[in-house]
Design a protein around this ligand. Structure first.
Ligand SMILES: *[C@@H]1O[C@H](CO)[C@@H](O)[C@H](O)[C@H]1NC(C)=O
Ligand SMILES: *[C@@H]1O[C@H](CO)[C@@H](O)[C@H](O)[C@H]1NC(C)=O
Length: 360
């Protein structure tokens, strides 16, 4: 295997190398009130010259990972968790899967009516007001509490989110002490060097040590995440309480906090482009493992994307904050990318099979 820098090891699941990620200008919505404009740009990754041995050679033994899903007790979180868990159960036992047990880490402080359906542990939210309205800050705190309390059988943990759908059986993409992560184009440590340096001083090394990632999806050794989680929590709070950082990072602050925290512990991640895809920007689910439906999908009836404008046909998770999406959503019109069609079909299959879908 080539002596690739451990800092930027970037390899793909099925052989070919990915060198350039062209970005479209996009508006990313978080919640229904905030939006952030992301500029044009090009990200370059150092391709490595050879697939690592563990990817080339089929593994002889399995290395299961525990699926850990952080969630709130809202209706909005619940229906997404139900779909997520439905697809986990379907993919878990198929060939190629190294998916182990499952825990929903419910950080509302109170049990809810999904306790019997989904294996769940209840942890405390941050004390009132501490999140400064940024509910996502509860995530690192939830992981800290869960890792302290829980007995986890598996050596590895996948940090997952409610709007993730498993498209196929997920193998353990981590390799020993190198966790597996998904490279997010909008996490740009180098571009934000001045801010990053407030939390990652020069003595720790170059800013390029910080991976372009968030905490999810990440498959990581349990002992590593146990070390990183408290730092992640601290860095998140410090970033949130620093107004320049808060203004600059906005809704992705907690992702930067994870990236910085893991670098502070000297942990760098293997970046897998195929780990996840995000409709409507990614068009095909081929070879991808997780479908992340964070962006609204809006189209004309001719199948043209109308992003940012309500489409004649649409699927946007944020349309369903008060109640689950109805069963049997209409499929998109012809011409809409396969990734969006697959998303709707998978939501429909789950809602059709889950009891009390509309009422729970
Ligand atoms: C987190 O911050 C607190 C308060 O500044 C400090 O006492 C603690 O040691 C920090 N923990 C970690 C893991 O950084
Ligand atoms: C789902 O909706 C389509 C029309 O959009 C209808 O033809 C079909 O029968 C429905 N399926 C079920 C199971 O209700």
């Amino acid at each position: 295997m080539a002596q690739a820098s451990p800092l930027v090891i970037f390899f793909l699941v099925f052989g070919s190398f990915f060198a350039t990620y062209n970005l479209v200008t996009m508006i990313i919505h978080y919640g229904s009130t905030e939006s952030v404009a992301i500029d044009h740009g090009t990200l370059l990754f150092d391709p490595i010259t050879e697939m690592p041995t563990h990817v080339k050679n089929p593994k002889r033994s399995k290395t299961p990972f525990h699926v850990a899903l952080t969630a709130t007790g809202t209706t909005y979180s619940k229906w997404q968790c139900r779909i997520m868990y439905y697809w986990y159960k379907k993919q878990r036992n198929l060939p190629g899967s190294e998916m182990g047990g499952f825990t929903r880490i419910l950080h509302s402080g109170q049990p809810d009516n999904l306790m019997d359906e989904i294996p769940t542990i209840v942890v405390d939210p941050l004390p009132e007001g501490q999140d400064r309205g940024y509910v996502v800050l509860n995530r690192p705190w939830a992981f800290v509490q869960w890792l302290e309390k829980a007995t986890i059988e598996e050596e590895y943990v996948l940090m997952a989110e409610p709007d993730h759908i498993f498209l196929r059986p997920l193998p353990n993409l981590a390799h020993g002490g190198y966790p597996a992560a998904f490279p997010f184009f909008y996490i740009e440590p180098k571009k934000n060097e001045k801010i990053i340096r407030k939390f990652y001083p020069k003595k720790n090394g170059p800013v390029s040590n910080i991976d372009q990632i968030g905490n999810s999806p990440v498959i990581i050794k349990k002992d590593l995440i146990k070390k990183i989680a408290p730092t992640w929590m601290n860095v998140s709070m410090k970033m949130k309480y620093d107004s320049e950082t808060d203004d600059t990072f906005g809704w992705v602050l907690e992702m930067y906090a994870y990236a910085v925290a893991s670098a502070l512990h000297g942990v760098s991640h293997i970046l897998w482009k195929d780990f996840m895809l995000q409709p409507p920007w990614d068009l095909e689910t081929t070879n991808k493992y997780i479908l992340h439906y964070t962006y609204g999908c809006d189209y004309t009836l001719k199948g043209e994307l109308t992003y940012g404008k309500i489409g004649e046909w649409r699927f946007d998770k944020r349309s369903y904050e008060q109640r689950p999406p109805p069963r049997n959503l209409s499929l998109p019109p012809p011409g809409v990318p396969e990734s969006v069609v697959t998303l709707v079909k998978m939501v429909n299959e789950a809602s059709a099979n889950l009891p009390n879908w509309d009422t729970l």
